[in-house]
Write a protein that binds this ligand. Sequence first.
Ligand code: SAM
Length: 223
Amino acid sequence: METGVYIVGTPIGNLEDITARALRTLREANVIMAEDTRHTGILLARYEIRTPMVSCHKFNEARRFERIQSEFAQGRSIALVTDAGMPGISDPGARTVRMCREAGIPVWVIPGPCAASAAVSLSGMGDAGYHFEGFLPHKSGGRRRRLEELSHEPVPVVFYESPYRLIKLMNEIEQFVGPRQIFVGRELTKKFEEGISGTPAEIRASFEKRTVKGELVVIMAPA
Ligand code: SAM
């Protein structure tokens, strides 16, 4: 392996969703920087990979760059992973990539699953492009402002959302955006994977008799 940083995509649920190149990179790297070493430990154990890990999350990402510089100076290779999907997509990693580029440290990508693109494919709404929004702000005022801006998007808008806020988001879309078709991709690639399409009221109705659980991607169709 050439010395530098490898941005490695990892599964978003199903541990079989990992490329041969990702596994080889994780096996051959000198060190793996992981958002949560316990979480990534499950993946490494499954594939009998014994590469040492150190944590690299949003609270120590800037400090961890010193470690990357020192590993690079010794001619070593570093793999960077997050808990799920692609690093730097609503996840730590983007800052590391920017700092590496500024410092002249080579960065490579080993593409893998991403919840947003998986949901767009499953929704059948992505043939004319889409806007990836990720997480909305938590505070009501900020959410309202952003949703009003996004109501003008001419393409579907992709959100990451917590199960605790799905019903709130359906109410907010009705109130601040107007009538829209929605797709919810839940627990993608996992045992209880589900794709639900409908108006915000229909999405709410489908969760009337059960608690909203698991991980969700919400896609809002254009007007
Ligand atoms: N970097 C990741 C990626 O490439 O998709 C996203 C990380 S972000 C912190 C986590 C969010 O992604 C979750 O809150 C959820 O909205 C979405 N997500 C991750 N895995 C998912 C899955 N299996 N099914 C549906 N949504 C998922």
